[in-house]
Design a binder for this molecule. Structure first.
Ligand code: AHR
Length: 306
């Protein structure tokens, strides 16, 4: 149970009664690996037990993990939803069991926002808009711009919202045409494979918009294999700013990166501790993040932890 109760002075990080169950998406990207490491590290540092499970990209695995945490009567359940829809049933089960749920990184599309206590993560629409805003500037003098898009996992909040935000930003500028758009599942291999197909059927690509660094890095391999120069012959804008992406930006192979921070661990510890102590938390906590040009990447790289 998690009642902080009268006279209980022990609340807070050191309370070994607090047990949290966390269901992670998988290990699809550098971002995800950094996110897992940061969350596990923050809980270890706080001395809070974290039960961790990896859903390997499958919603059914996540639902199973959440049910198992309910069964084990953990104090708080946190998870990063693989996709946006289809959560109402299991979230109602957690609610009926009196176990608070925290969403990290990705949203659910449930109408009933009493099904979770808080959603901690980025605003993916703004990320898409930031990519679009850079594109508007970069191609200010161009007449026609052929864009190909490498989308994230189908149905995932960051794929839906980064597609949306980007389109919103370039709407009204007729010279931009998204000539191809397909999912690369947020992986390097996926990005490479889809980009190979794009290159075969489209001789005149000006820009790749990849929903994450890893797919952009895969696209770089495909572009180079086709005898073209990434960052020059074909411009690339991505989202995340993990170390490998930042290196490619510093090297001029990627042209611009919109940051998405995976460092959610410390804030998640705060949220679950507050909930455990009977306090209330903000329904929506938006991660602070920035954008990077080549010069900024060169400057930031030496201190980049992930
Ligand atoms: O949900 C965040 C996204 O998931 C990251 O941008 C991507 O790299 C990861 O796979």
């Amino acid at each position: 149970g998690c009642a902080a109760g009268g006279g209980d002075e022990s609340g807070g990080g050191g309370d070994d009664e607090l047990i949290v169950g966390f269901s992670q998406v998988g290990a699809e990207s550098g971002w995800r690996t950094a996110n897992t490491k940061d969350i596990q590290g923050a809980f270890e540092e706080a001395g809070i037990e974290l039960k961790f499970s990896d859903a390997q990209g499958k919603q059914e695995n996540q639902i199973k993990a959440i049910r198992s945490y309910i069964q084990q009567q953990v104090d708080v359940i946190a998870f990063s939803p693989v996709v946006e829809s289809g959560w109402d049933t299991v979230l109602n089960e957690a609610k009926d069991a009196g176990i608070p749920v925290v969403l990290t990184d990705r949203a659910v599309d449930s109408e009933d926002d009493t099904l979770y206590e808080s959603f901690l993560g980025s605003d993916f629409i703004i990320e898409g808009e930031r990519a679009g805003a850079w594109v508007l500037e970069e191609f200010a003098d161009a007449d026609v711009v052929n864009v190909v898009e490498l989308q994230g996992t189908t149905g995932a909040a960051p794929a839906n919202d980064r597609a949306q935000g980007f389109r919103d930003a370039i709407a009204g500028e007729d010279k931009f045409e998204i000539i191809a758009s397909q999912t690369g599942d947020f992986t390097r291999a996926g990005g490479k494979q889809v980009m190979e197909a794009f290159l075969k059927s489209n001789p005149d690509i000006d820009l790749v918009y990849a929903h994450n660094d890893d797919m952009g890095l895969g696209a770089i391999e495909a572009i180079e294999a086709a005898g073209l120069v990434p960052g020059t012959d074909i411009k690339i804008v991505t989202v995340d700013a993990v170390k490998d992406g930042m290196q490619a930006l510093a090297d001029g192979k990627i042209n611009f990166i919109v940051e998405c921070s995976p460092l959610l661990g410390a804030q998640l510890v705060d949220i679950v501790t507050t909930l455990h102590d009977g306090g209330s938390v903000e329904k929506r906590i938006v991660t602070e993040e920035t954008t990077f040009t080549q010069e900024q990447a060169i400057e930031a790289l030496p201190d980049r932890q992930y």
